[in-house]
Design a binder for this molecule. Structure first.
Ligand SMILES: [Ca+2]
Ligand SMILES: [Ca+2]
Ligand SMILES: [Ca+2]
Ligand SMILES: [Ca+2]
Length: 282
C-alpha cells in the first residue's frame, strides 16, 4: 500500500513538472572553437541547432514574435551588419550595408521592423529599420550613447542612455521618456516582461554583473540573480512565467531557466563553450 502510494505520488510529481515545462524556443550566442555562432534550442532543453556554423562572428540573435525568423549581427561581409534568417529554410538576407556597426537588433512587436543600435565614430544611437521599405530612421539619438533597445508590449521600449555620463535604464511609452534607474555604475541590457509590468536589467551596483528586476515605473529595484560570477541579460518568456539568463558559475557561460520567483527550473546548455545572450520567443 505504501509502495503504491509512493508510486502514485511520484507520478503526480512528474505530471506536475511536465505541465510546468517552459515552452517556445531560445536563440543565443555560442562561442564554439573560437568562433561565435547563432544557436537555437527549445525552451525545454531539446532540439539544439547551430544555425550559422561558419568562420564569421555571428552573435546577438533575436527571434521574431512568431518564432520563425531570427535577426542577428555578423561580420561575414567585412564589418558588422544585421542579417535575417528564416529558421526552417536557413535562408539568410542581409538587412544593412554600411561602413559603421549595426548591433543589438530586436524585432518590433508587429514584426514590421527591427530596432537596433548604430555605432559610428561619433557614438551610438538607436535606429528602427522598416522591413517593408528597407529604410532606417533614428529613434533615440540624443547624444547620450543610446543603445540596447528592447520592445515590450503596448509600445513600451526600454533602452540604455548614458545620462550625465553614467549608464541608466530608460523607458519610452505613450506618456514619454522616463529614467528608471539612477545608480552609480553600469545599468544595461533591459528587457521587459510579457505583461509589460516589469523590467529586467544588468547592473554593477554591487560590484560584479548581476541581474536585477524592477517595476516598469522604476520602483521596486531588487536583485533577481546575483551570484559572485557575471550574470547576463535576462530573456523573459512569452508566457510570462520564466526568464532565461547566462552566468559563469561552471567556469564557462551557460544558460539557465528560472521561474519568476527565482527558482532554477533547468540548465539549457552544459558544455565547455561560452553560451550567452539568450532571446526567447514562441
Ligand atoms: Ca560563425
Ligand atoms: Ca555595417
Ligand atoms: Ca547607472
Ligand atoms: Ca553576479
Amino acid at each position: 500500500m505504501l509502495n503504491r502510494m509512493a508510486v502514485v505520488l511520484a507520478l503526480m510529481a512528474i505530471a506536475a513538472s511536465a505541465s510546468a515545462q517552459p515552452t517556445g524556443k531560445i536563440v543565443f550566442t555560442s562561442v564554439r572553437n573560437g568562433n561565435a555562432e547563432v544557436c537555437v534550442i527549445n525552451a525545454n532543453g531539446t532540439g539544439f541547432e547551430n544555425l550559422t556554423d561558419d568562420d564569421a562572428y555571428d552573435d546577438q540573435p533575436a527571434l521574431s514574435p512568431d518564432g520563425t525568423e531570427v535577426v542577428f549581427v555578423s561580420n561575414r561581409d567585412g564589418n558588422r551588419e544585421l542579417y535575417l534568417m528564416n529558421i526552417a529554410s536557413g535562408d539568410v538576407v542581409r538587412l544593412t550595408n554600411t561602413d559603421d556597426s549595426e548591433i543589438d537588433p530586436v524585432f518590433t512587436n508587429d514584426a514590421s521592423g527591427v530596432i537596433y543600435t548604430l555605432e559610428t565614430g561619433e557614438g551610438r544611437d538607436v535606429y528602427r529599420l522598416d522591413l517593408v521599405s528597407g529604410e532606417s530612421k533614428a529613434v533615440y539619438a540624443g547624444g547620450e550613447d543610446e543603445r540596447m533597445a528592447y520592445q515590450g508590449p503596448g509600445g513600451k521600449i526600454a533602452y540604455v542612455a548614458a545620462v550625465n555620463g553614467d549608464d541608466e535604464i530608460m523607458l519610452k511609452d505613450s506618456s514619454g521618456r522616463k529614467q528608471l534607474t539612477d545608480s552609480p555604475g553600469i545599468d544595461i541590457m533591459p528587457t521587459i516582461t510579457a505583461d509589460g509590468k516589469q523590467v529586467f536589467f544588468v547592473t554593477t551596483r554591487e560590484g560584479d554583473y548581476d541581474l536585477y528586476l524592477m517595476y516598469a515605473d522604476g520602483t521596486g529595484e531588487r536583485p533577481f540573480l546575483n551570484t559572485e560570477t557575471s550574470e547576463g541579460r535576462g530573456a523573459p518568456s512569452p508566457d510570462g512565467g520564466y526568464v532565461a539568463v547566462a552566468n559563469e558559475e561552471t567556469g564557462s557561460l551557460d544558460i539557465y531557466v528560472y521561474d519568476m520567483d527565482g527558482n532554477r527550473v533547468l540548465q539549457l546548455t552544459d558544455d565547455a563553450y561560452d553560451n550567452y545572450e539568450p532571446h526567447w520567443s514562441k
